[in-house]
Write a protein that binds this ligand. Structure first.
Ligand code: NAD
Length: 368
């Protein structure tokens, strides 16, 4: 078992992110090394996780009482009903605050499991075992949990830090290519908002990372987690700096909501399109130099990431997209609040624009 450890130190919780290969067979050992103890646990498992991994985890936890709850991960099921089912099981099995919820799945499973953990008796132990690239580099870190509502994505939730995150790259072997690309989008985002030399590393090695070659995939995950950790430690509750993590996300949330969170465009793909919109908007407003913008757009194309917004939307969708952008939870007024880019590694937060500005911009994006 080869691993690296990253320690996160927030005001509410200190915890470790363990990154490596073959970790699932050693969960018990990792718990011991990190002084985490409980008598019983509820495993909330994404239905697409291979049985092989599940039996390894169960075997490793043989000294604990284990209950299992399978979950079909999609944005429609990321709702209060799913959280309620988990809470009912915890109540039915007489869980206490000293017991533990363990999420084994991607960002959706992690978000609903963490939310349920934060609500149950005002919080019980929570361990996240992320199984998608996106969840390993992004959603498992920082304590945002929650569900969607008919008014938009992730509008109901809590900040609740896990006690431990175990990221095993072996899970990624069964992940569809499309999902790998989504995770890569968040890795790219982290480089763009914080670290030019990491961006250069990605630009040189994106093919090896997407082929899951060692040690490139581990380094990409580690550096990405480090960037998110540094941001979250400084601003746990998104009062200021943490907003930089939303680079591309105001556009992205509106894109995925406009398509009804369908499989046509999943979250990570929407983020990649959203980052390109934010980049083009930064260029249009003379915030970023054309050479930086071109380099990033070239990288996206070289790595074969989704890049054609017109493949997903027509001019007739504009009203819907704008209405979702206006509802975004980062807005404090009727204006739309965006995170934009000054240069690679240097984001700008709290830029507010009128709906008309965005309407003109999106019209030109959809026409060109
Ligand atoms: N909490 C946060 O800070 C945060 C940050 C970013 C994104 N998110 C949320 O995360 C969600 C997206 O996460 P995601 O991309 O991991 O999506 P996901 O959880 O839906 O997983 C994507 C797909 O991969 C499948 N899957 C998971 N692990 C697998 C594996 N090892 N092998 C094969 N298939 C596997 C799932 O069943 C699903 O079909 C969104 O709801 C988004 O809002 C949260």
């Amino acid at each position: 078992m080869k691993l690296t450890k990253l320690k996160i130190n927030t005001k509410t919780q200190k915890y470790s992110i363990i990154i490596g290969s073959n970790l699932v067979a050693n969960v018990s050992k990792i718990l011991k090394e990190n002084s985490i103890n409980f008598k019983q646990c509820l495993l909330i498992i994404d239905k697409n996780i291979s049985k092989q991994f599940i039996s390894k985890i169960k075997k490793s936890l043989h000294t604990k009482k284990i209950y299992v709850h399978f979950f079909k991960a999609n944005e429609i099921n990321k709702n209060f009903g799913s959280v309620n089912k988990i809470l009912d099981t915890l109540l039915d099995k007489n869980f206490s605050r000293e017991d533990c919820v363990i999420s084994i799945g991607g960002g959706i499973t992690g978000d609903i499991s963490g939310f349920a953990a934060s609500l149950f008796k005002r919080g019980l132990k929570f361990i996240n075992i992320p199984t998608t690239l996106l969840s390993q580099v992004d959603s498992s870190i920082g304590g945002k949990t929650g569900v969607n509502s008919k008014y938009g994505k992730n509008l109901i939730g809590s900040f609740y830090q896990p006690n431990l995150v175990i990221s095993d790259v072996k899970f990624l072997k069964t992940l569809p290519k499309r999902e790998l690309i989504c995770g890569y989008g968040e890795i790219l985002k982290h480089s763009l908002i914080a670290n030019k030399s990491f961006y250069n590393f990605l630009d040189k090695n994106s093919d090896k990372i997407l082929k899951l070659s060692s040690p490139f995939i581990e380094k990409a995950i580690y550096e990405s987690c480090k960037i998110k950790k540094n941001v979250v430690e400084k601003d746990e509750n998104e009062k200021g700096l943490r907003k930089i993590l939303n680079f591309g996300h105001t556009f992205a949330h509106a894109y995925e909501a406009s398509l009804g969170y369908s499989k046509k465009l999943n979250h990570g793909e929407a983020v990649i399109l959203g980052m390109q919109s934010a980049l083009n908007f930064s260029l249009k407003n003379n915030l970023i130099q054309k050479k930086d913008c071109d380099s990033i757009l070239m990288h996206i194309s070289k790595a074969n990431l989704p890049s054609k917004i017109k493949k997903f939307f027509k001019i007739k969708d504009l009203k819907k997209i704008l209405s979702f952008m206006t509802k975004d939870k980062k807005n404090n007024s009727h204006k739309i609040n965006l995170v934009l880019l000054k240069k690679i590694g240097h984001p700008i937060i709290n830029r507010e624009y009128e709906k008309n500005n965005l309407s003109e911009f999106l019209k030109s994006e959809l026409r060109n």
